[in-house]
Design a protein around this ligand. Structure first.
Ligand code: MTE
Ligand code: MO
Length: 517
């Protein structure tokens, strides 16, 4: 029932999603980090399964309680509804009290059902014959142990109970499935709006990726990450499905002399730029997978802000923080100075030649070269507010992450894989290195405790993209440790200092242990 009601109200208001979202909001930074490390992009699936498992256990407990205390059992189900309703209305994306409806509907149906079902376990109204009562211990079936009315036990309508319970289970599955397919229908307008988009040719196209930006080495990450392989990190248990025709972006706040609201078509009418930019997540461990490179199409964020009258703090603008808010209530705070300093900060509408995939922020997201995703790359964006870092902490900052987070220089060995067993002879060691907006100048590889040796660098696309590198290693028999480090174009060597991802990104050299046979 809750699922069905959620389809009518909002999929995000369903109790499992709402409680899951509330749990994510309250997850301490360290636990979030742990979840990402252990479950990766499956973290949300694990959370959902966990919630369902807890629900199932508590349902069993309530069912057992209800056989003895019928009202208490029903009240227990209602209190679940209350938790769901509180979670749904308290989420940052809540649209108001209607968000409580799915939980309330589900709880009422559940309580009524439990009350009715346990009613079937009660004595039949007819007075039992005390002497024909079989020994309660020989009674088979779901016997309510310590029955408060033992003299009436044989009066319970087992057939009726099983029939009702089976019917209820079947009906509940059917209603749940109906709810699911209805939620799907709601996303149809959004899908249709996406299919209808034909991205115009960008007025400022990216130059073609240099042919030599991609090395022909097996196992190295492709220079451009295909959309389906692009990492995904967000707090959305249900991917928001926004209808582009109804989408609006509001720009307002401190120092915005001409506040404005833009539609998707407004953005399409502007000059589009196309840029290759490598995104990195602050939760990426040394050697981790949360980095990807795509060709983004969008409008220059700096132009749009300037039109609204925004000035950078360096020329006296009152706001040093741009807070981007998404349709699901996420907030990300970006330094205004960086957005206006000439880099290709954009409101992206396209990713690798197609409209943004839903999971990557359709219809519009922010992309800012050089800054970790959580301080720049707002997906499903709908609001930009100019304010100060002193006045407002965004979602992850409230949870202990740094207010400002430029991407640290990083490098990764893609091949050979850890614990690989290559044969002696030439082994190609290869991977990627990034230092967005500074650019990669040099990559070196070290074998065991040997000297640092220069790796071959693939051609640079832009200083906002990663670079592939390779190193032909003359591998001798035995166990070896391969280590990589990069140097950015400011001349700074990637630090060996190990740091955790919290609060502003992991650091340290990536190494891989292999056994040459
Ligand atoms: N609305 C919203 N935008 C978001 C996030 C989020 O949770 N919600 N996560 C951010 C983080 S932490 C990163 S690293 C990037 C990841 O973008 P991707 O999933 O397209 O790779 O999106 C950012 N934008
Ligand atoms: Mo991130």
């Amino acid at each position: 029932m809750a699922q069905l009601a959620a389809a009518g109200v909002r999929p995000q208001a369903g109790p499992v999603i709402a409680v899951g979202g509330a749990a994510i909001d309250r997850t301490p930074a360290a636990v979030k980090d742990w979840a990402i490390r252990h479950f990766g992009t499956d973290d949300k699936l694990v959370l959902r399964l966990g919630i369902l498992a807890v629900l199932a256990l508590l349902a069993v407990a309530l069912g057992m309680l209800a056989t003895r205390h019928r009202r208490l059992g029903a009240a227990g189900v209602l209190s679940f509804g209350l938790i769901g309703a509180l979670a749904a209305t308290g989420r940052p994306d809540s649209v108001g009290p209607t968000d409580a409806l799915p939980s309330v509907a589900g709880a009422l149906a559940g309580a009524l059902l439990l009350y009715t079902l346990t009613g079937s376990l009660r004595p039949a109204p007819a007075l039992p014959e005390p002497d024909t009562r079989p020994d309660p211990g020989t009674e088979s079936g779901p016997q309510p142990e310590p029955d408060p009315h033992p003299e009436a036990s044989q009066g319970w309508d087992r057939r009726g109970f099983v029939l009702k319970a089976t019917t209820a289970a079947a009906a509940s599955a059917a209603v749940g499935l109906a709810g699911r397919s209805l939620s799907g229908v709601r996303g149809r307008d959004a899908a249709l709006s996406r299919e209808r988009i034909a991205l115009p040719r960008p007025g400022s196209p990216a130059r073609p990726v240099p042919a030599r930006a991609g090395l022909r080495v097996d196992g190295v990450s492709p220079f451009t990450t295909p959309n389906r392989d692009f990492y995904r990190v967000d707090t959305a248990l249900v991917v928001p499905k926004v209808d582009a025709t109804r989408w609006r972006l509001r720009v307002h706040g401190a120092g915005v002399r001409r506040p404005a609201t833009y539609s998707f078509d407004d953005l399409l009418r502007r000059e589009l730029i196309e840029r290759d930019i490598t995104l990195t997540c602050v939760s990426n461990e040394v050697g981790g997978p949360y980095v990807g490179n795509a060709r983004w199409t969008g409008v220059r964020l700096a132009d749009l802000l300037t039109e609204c009258g925004v000035r950078p703090p360096s020329t006296g603008g009152p706001a040093d923080q741009l807070v981007a808010r998404s349709v699901d209530g996420m907030t990300l705070g970006t330094p205004v100075e960086e957005v206006l300093d000439g880099r290709d900060a954009m409101l992206a509408l396209g990713m690798n030649g197609e409209p943004l995939p839903f999971a990557h922020g359709f219809p519009v997201r922010m992309v800012v070269p050089g800054l970790y995703g959580y301080v720049s790359a707002c997906k499903w964006i709908e609001d930009i507010e100019l304010t100060t870092f002193a006045a407002y902490d965004s979602y992850w900052v409230k949870r202990g992450w740094a207010k400002r987070a430029p991407i640290k220089t990083g490098s990764r060995i893609d091949t050979p894989k850890p614990f690989a067993r290559p044969a002696t002879g030439t082994v190609m060691v290869a991977g990627v290195a990034w230092a967005q907006h500074r650019g990669i100048d040099r990559v070196e590889v070290r074998v065991d405790d040997g000297p640092w040796q220069q790796a071959h660098l693939a051609a640079e696309d832009t200083r906002d993209t990663w670079r592939q590198w390779s190193f032909p290693w003359q591998a001798a028999k035995g166990g070896h440790t391969l280590t990589v480090r990069a140097t950015d174009r400011t001349g700074r060597v990637q630090t060996e200092q190990r740091a955790r991802t919290i609060p502003d990104g992991a650091s340290g050299w990536h190494s891989v242990v292999v056994t040459v046979e």
